[in-house]
Design a protein around this ligand. Sequence first.
Ligand code: CP
Length: 310
Amino acid sequence: MKHLLATDGLDADSALAVLDTADELKRTLMGREIRKLPTLRGRTVITLFYENSTRTRVSFEIAGKWMSADVINVSAASSSVNKGESLRDTALTLAAAGADCVIVRHPASGAAQRLAGWLAEPGTAIVNAGDGTHEHPTQALLDAATLRERLGSLKDRRVAIVGDVLHSRVARSNIHLLTTLGAEVVLVAPPTLLPSGVDSLPVTVSHDLDAELPASDAVMMLRVQAERMHGGFFPSAREYSIAYGLSEKRLKLLPEHAVVLHPGPMLRGMEIASAVADAPSSAITEQVRNGVHVRMAVLYHLLAGEGDES
Ligand code: CP
């Protein structure tokens, strides 16, 4: 891999190579007192975040450090972006300073792709850590890693993605990756929170969560992204929670083996009941844990692997 910009177009072999590396790294490091590998010694990784983050930024930092890379965090709020510096000039500055890899989160869809174009000459690897409502590929990879752990192969498994699909880059990346890996995806959302091009996606659509749960192997609850709803949203928060929230009563409709996922941050009591988030079928903490190993694997394939043109 040269960059990781999206799961749309990521072939099954490349995705499985990352997931297998993540599994191997997890097995290697599990139970070790000192979790440090020399793999990326001498490499410089920079996280460049224009939006808030806890999980993604921290797990990339840990992933880089566990592989002995030098990791530097740049947040837009405390950088020269605040003085008006453009994304392009910021990216060129980081590359000139010696970045081998820039991990970028930005509110504009397509920002990571633009960075990859601007930094083609120095050859800096770009990882999309979430661009607008477009994609969040490492989230989908860590979700797939978690589902593989709990369910085995994803082939012919049915995954319900529930809630604010319209604003969710997590949903988009998961739709592409899960279907590439052989799973079936059903989107469950109110009509107002579905994207206009939903008919062209490889999914089925439902507005009835109770009807979808009994046949689902996994349910992925999405955060309601109020910060992207400038005109307010319909249905109301209360109506949404009643129709699309994963309550304790609804949890019982799932098969016993089914897995509950949420990318975080969670709005407990809104899209997911607190007791459901903490139930044995919930893999939310494992998602975070797997995020470190998956991001280590991504950095490995970008910076230490053989390298190809994908
Ligand atoms: N899932 C996710 O991207 O979380 P953060 O916004 O905390 O990084």
